[in-house]
Design a protein around this ligand. Structure first.
Ligand code: FE2
Ligand code: FE2
Length: 170
């Protein structure tokens, strides 16, 4: 894994590759974290949403590997400090004591921070890819971006439709 200190940007392509390597690390970490989020869920809808997004996230890893291949590079991870922190917050929610419905709301709060981070990162990466004339790569990044947006929307629906209401009555 590369360190922050080794960064050097002489072109937009350098920066684009760094962004992809950061995302690759972030997605790999998420494939380890999402099963724990699913297991900690009290609501079956929430557990199902985490399990579905785990499968999508495994697809995001594969898609990034395909992008590395298209760039003629081997997949490399650059430690995503932000995702490490967001996952640590998620683990704090998993370990929290108290009412199971409030805990579900806490899991959603942590998970939506993750999704919004991914939405920001994929939006930037997609825009760089288009600028670099890498349309096929941009399309792949857009597909992942759409799935991140959809995951976020589903979490909102579960929060507003079920979990927050039950948490409020705790
Ligand atoms: Fe993802
Ligand atoms: Fe995601």
């Amino acid at each position: 894994m590369k360190l922050f200190t080794s960064l050097e940007f002489n072109s937009l392509e350098d920066l684009f590759i760094e962004q992809i390597e950061d995302l690759y690390d972030a997605e790999k970490r998420l494939t380890q974290a999402l099963p724990k989020m699913a297991e900690a869920s009290h609501s079956p809808d929430l557990r199902n949403a985490f399990q579905t997004h785990l499968r999508e996230t495994e697809g995001h890893v594969v898609r990034l590997e395909r992008i590395f291949q298209k760039l003629g590079r081997s997949p490399e991870r650059e430690t995503c400090e932000a995702m490490k922190g967001l996952i640590a917050e998620g683990e704090a929610m998993i370990g929290a004591k108290g009412d199971p419905n409030v805990k579900d709301a806490a899991l959603i709060a942590a998970a939506q921070r993750v999704e919004h981070y991914e939405i920001a990162a994929y939006g930037t990466a997609r825009t760089f890819a288009r600028r670099l004339g890498r349309e096929a790569i941009a399309d792949e990044l857009q597909e992942t971006l759409d799935e991140e947006g959809n995951a976020d929307k589903i979490l909102t629906e579960i929060a507003e439709g079920v979990v927050n209401i039950k948490a409020h009555h705790a």
